[in-house]
Design a protein around this ligand. Structure first.
Ligand code: SF4
Ligand code: SF4
Length: 458
C-alpha cells in the first residue's frame, strides 16, 4: 500500500549517554543557579511585601526596593535592548553559548533528564526498558517518572504565577481549593508547556521551533568559537586496542578511535565529526566525552574542542576582532546607562493642570488667585509630607486642599493648590512660573512642573 504524503517526520527517541567533564560540570552549575533563582526569588520578602512581584492589575512591578510604573517602560525597553546586544556579543564570541548553558529550554530539559535518570536509570537501562514488554517493573518506573515530571511541571507553573500574584496567598488558595479561573488556567498552561517542551519534545524545540537556531549563523564569522572535530588530527579514524596506543601497528590511523562516544552523549543525536551542523546546540558534551577517551588512550586532549573555522583551515584566527569590540563597548555603554538611569530615578513626579474655568480670581484682600490641580506620583515605598513653593512670583502664598498634603507611597495623589499673589507686587498679564514640591522628611526628593500665572491687565 502507498504511504500517504506527509511533511511530518516522527523523531526517533534519543537516549543521550551520561557524561562527566568540565563542561558538564559548568552546565550543571548553570542549571542549579538558574533554576534556584527561578524557584527561590518569588519567596523573598522586601519590607512587608514580596521582593519581586509583577502586579499587572495595579500596573506596578516591584523589584527589590524599586517600584516600576507604566511610565518606566523606558527601563524595560533598555533591558530588552541590552539582552539583544548581549546575545549578539556572546554569539559572535562563542557561538551558541546561550543555547548550551543558559537557555530555559536547555535548563529545564536538563532537569527533566535528571528526573528521568532517577526513575529509569542510566542510558543502557533506559534503552532496555523502552524495548522491554510492559511488565510490573516497567509500569512502576514509567509511573514514577511521570509523577516526578508532572509534580515538577506543576511546581514550575505555580512558581511562574507566583511572580504575578503573591505566592503565599496563591499557596493558601490552592490548599483551600479557591483558586480563581485565570490563576488556574495559567498554572496549568505553564505546567503543560514545561512538561511538553522539556519532557517530551526536548531538543526538537531547538531543532524545529526556535527562531534563534535559524538566524544565529548570520551572527557567526570564521573567527567565532564553535565546537568542532579536528579532522586533520582524527582521520583516518579506526578502532584499536588501548594497550597498543600509538604503536607502529596504528601508524596509519588518526587519533579518532571511532568509539562513537561523542555521538552517544549528543542530546540532538548528531555526529560532530561530520562538521558544523545547525542542530548542534553547543552543549559541549562531545568535548567532555572525547577528552575522557583521549585521556584513556593517553593522547592529548582536544580532538573535539572549541575552535574557529579559520583555525580548522590552518589560517590565522582572531577571536578579539572589531565586531567583538563594537558589541562589547555598546553593551558596556548600555549597562552603564541603565545603572545611571536607575540610580537617578525620580521618586516623585508631578503634572500640573490649570483650572480651565477661570483665568484668575480677584479676592477681597486684593490678592489675585490662580487654581491648579497637582497630580503627584510617588514611586517610592514611603509617604512624603509635601512642602509647596513657587518660582516666578513675588510675595505669593499657597493654600492647598488637603491642608497638609502627603504624597502617598506608591500612589498617585491629587492636590488642589490655590496660589495667591498681590497684584501690586507683580506685573500685569501672564507669568511663567515653576511649581515645586519637596518632601518635608527628605528635602532632596523633589518634583517640579512649569505653568502660567495670570494677573489682570489694567
Ligand atoms: S554535537 Fe551534540 S554533543 Fe556536541 S556540542 Fe553539539 S549538540 Fe552538544
Ligand atoms: S569520542 Fe573522540 S575518539 Fe570517540 S568517536 Fe568521537 S571523536 Fe572519535
Amino acid at each position: 500500500m502507498d504511504q500517504p504524503n506527509t511533511f511530518y517526520e516522527s523523531a526517533e527517541k534519543i537516549h543521550a549517554r551520561e557524561v562527566d567533564g568540565t563542561f558538564d560540570r559548568l552546565r550543571s552549575a548553570s542549571v542549579v543557579v538558574l533554576l534556584g533563582l527561578y524557584y527561590v526569588l518569588p519567596w523573598l520578602r522586601w519590607d512587608d511585601r514580596q521582593a519581586i512581584l509583577f502586579d499587572l492589575p495595579a500596573r506596578k512591578f516591584y523589584i527589590l526596593g524599586l517600584t516600576f510604573w507604566p511610565q518606566d517602560f523606558i527601563y524595560f525597553a533598555l533591558l530588552l535592548i541590552i539582552a539583544g546586544v548581549a546575545l549578539f556579543f556572546f554569539t559572535a564570541l562563542a557561538g551558541r553559548l546561550w543555547c548550551g548553558f543558559a537557555c530555559p529550554q536547555t535548563v529545564w530539559t536538563t532537569a527533566f533528564v535528571w528526573l528521568e535518570r532517577i526513575a529509569e536509570g542510566n542510558r543502557s537501562r533506559r534503552i532496555k526498558l523502552d524495548k522491554s514488554p510492559w511488565n510490573a517493573d516497567k509500569i512502576r518506573r514509567k509511573t514514577i517518572k511521570q509523577v516526578l515530571w508532572i509534580s515538577f511541571a506543576l511546581w514550575t507553573g505555580y512558581t511562574f504565577v507566583g511572580y504575578f500574584t503573591p505566592i503565599v496567598e496563591l499557596a493558601r488558595e490552592i490548599i483551600a481549593f479557591s483558586l480563581g479561573p485565570w490563576e488556574s488556567f495559567w498554572i496549568l498552561f505553564y505546567s503543560f508547556a514545561t512538561y511538553g517542551n522539556a519532557g517530551i519534545m526536548r531538543e526538537q524545540v531547538c531543532k524545529y521551533m526556535c527562531p534563534y537556531a535559524r538566524f544565529q549563523s548570520a551572527m557567526f564569522d570564521r573567527n567565532t568559537l564553535v565546537i568542532s572535530y579536528d579532522t586533520a588530527r582524527g582521520e583516518p579514524r579506526g578502532s584499536r586496542s588501548r594497550k597498543l596506543g600509538k604503536s607502529n601497528e596504528n601508524e596509519h590511523l588518526g587519533d579518532c578511535i571511532d568509539c562513537q562516544l561523542c555521538v552517544q552523549v549528543c542530546p540532538v543525536g548528531i555526529d560532530i565529526r561530520e562538521g558544523l551542523q545547525y542542530e548542534c546546540i553547543a552543549c559541549a558534551a562531545c568535548i567532555d566525552a572525547c577528552d575522557s577517551v583521549m585521556d584513556k588512550m593517553e593522547y592529548p586532549r582536544g580532538l573535539v574542542k572549541y575552535t574557529t573555522e579559520n583555525a580548522i583551515a590552518g589560517e590565522k584566527s582572531r577571536i578579539l576582532r572589531p565586531r567583538i569590540y563594537i558589541y562589547g563597548t555598546l553593551l558596556l555603554v548600555l549597562l552603564i546607562g541603565l545603572a545611571g538611569a536607575l540610580s537617578s530615578r525620580y521618586e516623585l513626579r508631578m503634572n500640573v493642570l490649570r483650572d480651565r474655568n477661570a483665568l484668575y480670581r480677584e479676592l477681597a484682600s486684593g490678592q489675585i488667585e490662580n487654581v491648579y490641580t497637582l497630580k503627584i506620583l510617588n514611586k517610592s515605598e514611603r509617604n512624603h509630607p509635601l512642602t509647596l513653593t513657587v518660582d516666578g512670583l513675588q510675595n505669593f502664598t499657597v493654600a492647598t486642599d488637603p491642608v497638609e498634603p502627603v504624597a502617598l507611597a506608591g500612589e498617585l495623589t491629587v492636590i488642589t493648590a490655590r496660589i495667591q499673589a498681590p497684584a501690586k507686587d507683580n506685573s500685569d498679564g501672564g507669568h511663567d512660573i515653576v511649581i515645586k514640591v519637596s518632601s518635608e522628611s527628605a528635602p532632596d526628593i523633589t518634583a517640579d512642573a512649569e505653568s502660567r500665572f495670570f494677573l489682570p491687565v489694567n
